[in-house]
Design a protein around this ligand. Structure first.
Ligand SMILES: *Cc1c(COP(=O)(O)O)cnc(C)c1O
Ligand code: SF4
Length: 334
């Protein structure tokens, strides 16, 4: 028997949770006992990049708190519509390294595959926020072109599944994709960059973990976690299973004003990640995408935060502070 007090989403499959994600401002605010008329900053009620956030993520927000660091990552604000000089629609200029649809080959030895354009959550700071996600479902023919491209280049030893969010694929497609990649002899490593484990831990079902870990490839999962409050018992348990299955776990964080721009927050995040078996990998400064300027911190502030982390934490808990440069083939240290 399921106790009556258990929220409905906890008994649903991940697909049901995904389709039941909040998509309206009013329902999200109601769930958090927030009154729109009392908002301390102007909201955007008709955002061009729609609101989307799964209930499992909302459950980790503090009701009644307009400044909850998880809420600020997903709540559309009117400021997103203010034009900001120096901010672009495609800050990474990914079209420059896009030899076949759905594949980005910019870094030596590694290719990035847009495995699924969809995301479970819409992060307001996202550099792909102007990307027409839903119109870009890769067709099977595109898969094949990407696979042929990788197969023809023996120096590619790592395939990175990205998106959107690659774990928005169902387990069957994920399994097929991993299997196909593993059949290319020179590919040694599979890497998955995903925010889904954080925003919807149930996505890491046993069949998903099996799909990711049962090939001959070495598998790395990079989760995208920005704040210690995002790590709860559910996520810890699922990550434990991934580790048991032999998957190496790393994290990348985006530095965000009002969300994680305190040294104490970043240090707690690193420690909490380590406690659940995840090593901090990258601390990214924001990509300058139109609509995200209110999250930006200056390079000086970013460097000062990083120094404070170095002064506080063992070296292995200090992520690399980097920025993405469209013209450079690695993440550039600040
Ligand atoms: C970040 C990124 C990678 C991976 O870089 P690492 O430094 O190996 O983590 C690969 N390709 C693209 C296009 C990237 O943006
Ligand atoms: S999960 Fe990643 S790709 Fe998707 S909206 Fe958030 S930041 Fe963007």
């Amino acid at each position: 028997m399921i106790p009556l007090s258990q929220p409905q989403w906890q008994t649903e499959t991940w697909q049901q949770q995904l389709s039941g994600a909040f998509r309206s401002l009013d329902s999200l605010l109601a769930a958090l006992q927030l009154d729109r008329a009392q908002a301390p900053y102007p909201l955007d009620c008709e955002p061009g990049f729609p609101l989307r956030v799964p209930q499992a993520f909302v459950a980790r927000m503090e009701p009644g708190n307009w400044f909850d660091p998880l809420l600020l990552q997903v709540l559309p604000q009117a400021r997103e519509n203010e034009p900001s000089p120096g901010y672009s629609l495609d800050p990474l200029e990914e079209a420059r390294s896009n030899p076949v649809p759905g594949l980005i080959h910019k870094y030596r030895g590694r290719v990035l595959l847009i495995a699924s354009p969809a995301c479970a959550v819409h992060c307001r700071y996202c550099f792909r926020r102007h990307f027409p996600y839903e119109d870009n479902q890769p067709a099977r023919a595109d898969w094949q072109r990407a696979i042929d491209y990788i197969a023809a280049r023996e120096d590619i030893s790592e395939v990175i599944l990205s998106g959107g969010d690659p774990l928005a694929l169902n387990d069957q497609r994920l399994k097929e994709l991993v299997l196909t990649i593993s059949e290319i002899p020179h590919v040694e490593r599979l890497r998955v960059h995903s925010r889904l484990p954080v925003v919807l831990p149930d996505r890491l079902s046993s069949s998903c973990i099996a799909a990711l870990s049962e090939s001959r490839l070495q598998t790395v999962m990079v989760i995208h976690c920005n704040h210690p409050n995002e790590i709860d018992a559910d996520l810890a348990a699922r990550l434990g299973e991934l580790r048991q299955a032999g998957v190496t776990l790393l994290n990348q964080t985006v530095l965000l004003a009002a969300v994680n721009n305190q040294p104490d927050t970043l240090c707690r995040l690193s420690k909490k990640l380590f406690n659940v078996g995840v090593l901090p990998y990258y601390l990214h400064v924001l990509d300058r995408v139109q609509g995200s300027a209110h999250f930006e911190l200056s390079d000086d502030v970013a460097r000062a935060l990083h120094v404070q982390m170095m002064e506080t934490l063992p070296g292995y808990l200090v992520p690399k502070l980097v920025r993405e440069d469209p013209a450079i083939g690695y993440k550039v240290p600040l």
